[in-house]
Design a protein around this ligand. Structure first.
Ligand SMILES: O=C(O)c1ccc(O)c(O)c1
Ligand SMILES: [Mg+2]
Length: 629
């Protein structure tokens, strides 16, 4: 398997695109004609530039409206093809993509099209070039790869082959098993694109909403298994028409693209062990058995406010780092670390983002193997000098440049708290409040980054994503999507902020970047927890009384329960999976907060309650902090 991406998938001019593509590790690039036409250098210079970046041109495209034309248009299309053959030779590529004719003038007829391709094949052969035919999902006569293949078969020419594009096949729900019987040498290249399931016109869907394999909802793995079954092991080329990507950061999108291909290859190889597909070796997706800790960076002054807040939530200081200004607070299986070092990454994070949950650790089966999978998928490793008596904890950068550490029980990492920390007595009066574990970590990101982080988590960790939901903030919509595992031992919510007036957008603007905006803890008894919190001096976020009238009406709850919910400011939700109870802290700093949840079988996240929680939180931010709505 070789990796390629079409220039049309990225922003910038041709040189910017090529630089990003090369840097991300691709082998080749599809030169999209318009990217070349809009660039000032000669075709020869462009070819040289591509090769200087260490890339090959996987193909030149598209050549439109070719097959089945009546004369005199037919003669003109052949002249046009000769001109493009000249150009390809100057560029230094031997493959052109012809997409199926959409012209109203096209005559149709499978043998007529085959004859046109045979003649084109003859002309291409004279120059040592090859022509690949692709069925556009909206082609006038040919809109199905099975018909395109029949034309290629009947053209019966060694220089004419088929191009498969997952979007066109999957958008029309064509049975992918029809690919399995195509001889591999007749598949000249395979283009890949995913897309979110949206019911709309095929052309519009394709030109604006494609995304990287694994970022959308189409069955790319099934498509690729069928391709791999033919024995095809050549270029997999991303062709992603996406409005957001065109305006995005070319480097970041190229990295996502490369990751998506490697991950797809890995999935196919695991699903079809007998099939030859050359994909880099890597450990399987990583099972996470829990969150080992969440680490805050803070100045000493702010740390003391944060300590006061978490003490009211029932945490007690249990240990301090042997050599660093780092303290451990614990309750149940939850470890919160507060780092007030003046050097190193924690301190640098503080200087940029202020007090923030800049790092967390995950319990995995094998920390080194996890770091290895992350490396192969192109994640950015994190390393910093290890002091005497400290452990080297494998780590990578995640959302907002924050750190994800990996710990396992089979190495010394299992004893990190004993090795690096010494016991400390808590001098505060607070009492534990029955919190048992981290229920979820909520990260706020820019809307444009959502796909990046969904792919990041799902490709590395044994997780799945749930459908996107809209969270209504009084100042705009925030898109929310969950990455979680089956066991419920790892749950992330990703909230994508589109404007800075929302609570989420404000958080990003004021903390200078994406990051953890809230942590949700689990309890087995929300009412007992609420009572303990109150006696610790915790003041729950106050929820509008109108909410409780509605809850009573909507769910038919008994009045006594509703009274209790109301007096403790507990939000309620219920669905077919069970019941959910939520209690919030006030905001801390620029919009960070804690949540306490009790799940009675419930698997969701209380999305319907978000609007009430946001309205209440907004009231708490300093008055000048948020625009009035
Ligand atoms: O949208 C198009 O016109 C178009 C062109 C070339 C392709 O390979 C394709 O998949 C779509
Ligand atoms: Mg295509």
């Amino acid at each position: 398997m070789k990796t390629s991406i079409a220039t049309v998938s990225l922003s910038g001019d041709l040189r910017d695109k090529l630089r990003a593509i090369a840097k991300a590790g691709f082998d080749g690039v599809e030169i999209f004609e318009n990217d070349f036409l809009a660039f000032d250098e000669s075709p020869r210079e462009v070819g040289k530039m591509v090769r200087d970046f260490g890339l090959d041109i996987s193909l030149f495209q598209p050549f439109r409206d070719f097959e089945g034309m009546p004369e005199p248009l037919r003669a003109r299309t052949f002249d046009r093809a000769e001109r493009k053959f000249d150009l390809m030779q100057e560029l230094g590529t031997d493959l052109v993509l012809v997409c199926s004719n959409v012209s109203p003038a096209a005559l149709g007829g499978i043998d007529r099209a085959a004859a046109d391709f045979r003649e084109l094949g003859e002309r291409a052969a004279k120059r040592g070039l090859r022509v690949g035919y692709e069925a556009l999902a909206w082609g006038r006569h040919i809109n199905d790869h099975r018909d395109a293949w029949e034309i290629v078969r009947r053209a019966d020419h060694p220089n004419i082959g088929l191009i498969l594009d997952s979007f066109h096949t999957l958008a029309r729900k064509i049975d992918v098993n029809s690919i399995r019987s195509i001889p591999k040498e007749k598949i000249f290249i395979v283009q890949l694109a995913d897309a979110p399931l949206i019911d709309m016109d095929l052309l519009y869907w394709s030109r604006h909403f494609r995304n990287m394999p694994g970022e959308g909802d189409l069955p790319l793995k099934d498509f690729m298994r069928a391709v791999a079954a033919t024995g095809y092991d050549d270029y997999l080329s991303l062709e992603i028409f996406n409005d957001q990507f065109r305006g995005g950061n070319a480097n970041a999108i190229a990295v996502d693209g490369y990751r998506s291909l490697i991950y797809l290859g890995d999935q196919v190889r695991r699903a079809e062990p007998d099939i030859r597909l050359s994909v880099p070796e890597m450990p399987a997706r990583i099972e996470v058995s829990g969150v080992a800790f969440v680490e805050f960076t803070a100045s000493e002054e702010e740390a003391s406010d944060l300590e006061t807040l978490i003490r009211t939530i029932g945490f007690r200081k249990t240990a301090r780092h042997r050599t660093k200004r780092v303290a451990l607070y614990r309750q149940g299986d939850i470890n919160l670390v507060i780092n007030t070092e003046h050097e190193g990454f924690a301190s640098a994070s503080y200087l940029v983002h202020g007090t923030s949950a800049y790092a967390f650790g995950l319990w995995v089966e094998d920390a080194a193997a996890t770091a290895e999978r992350a490396r192969v998928l192109g994640a950015e490793p994190f390393g910093q000098a290890v002091g005497p008596g400290e452990l080297l904890v494998p780590a990578i950068h995640g959302v907002g440049g924050g750190i994800i550490y990996f710990l396992d029980k089979k190495s010394e990492l299992a004893r990190i708290w004993e090795i690096e920390f010494e016991p400390a007595a808590d001098d505060g009066p607070s009492m534990p409040a029955g919190l048992t574990a981290i229920d979820h970590i909520a990260q706020t990101v820019r809307y444009e980054e959502m796909l990046t982080w969904l792919l990041f988590y799902t490709s590395l960790l044994e997780t799945h994503k749930t459908p996107m939901v809209d969270i209504i903030d009084p100042a705009g919509v925030v898109r929310s999507q969950v990455v979680e595992n089956e066991q419920g031992t790892l749950r992330f919510t990703l909230n994508g902020a589109e404007n800075r007036n929302t609570l989420a957008g404000h958080f990003i603007a004021e903390t200078f970047g994406s990051g953890v905006q809230h942590l949700a803890f689990a309890t087995d008894d929300i009412f007992a927890t609420a009572e303990a919190l109150r006696s610790n001096g915790f003041r729950a976020l106050s929820i509008s009384p109108n909410y409780y009238d509605d809850v009573e009406a909507r769910f038919g709850l008994d009045a006594q329960l509703v009274e209790r919910l109301k007096s403790e400011n507990i939000l309620y939700d219920r669905d077919e999976s069970g019941e959910y109870f939520q209690l919030y802290s006030p905001t801390y700093g620029e919009g960070f907060f804690f949540e306490i949840t009790e799940r009675r079988g419930y698997r969701g996240y209380g999305a319907a309650n978000a609007i009430f929680r946001i309205a209440a939180l907004r009231k708490q931010l300093r008055p000048e902090g948020l625009p009035k709505v």
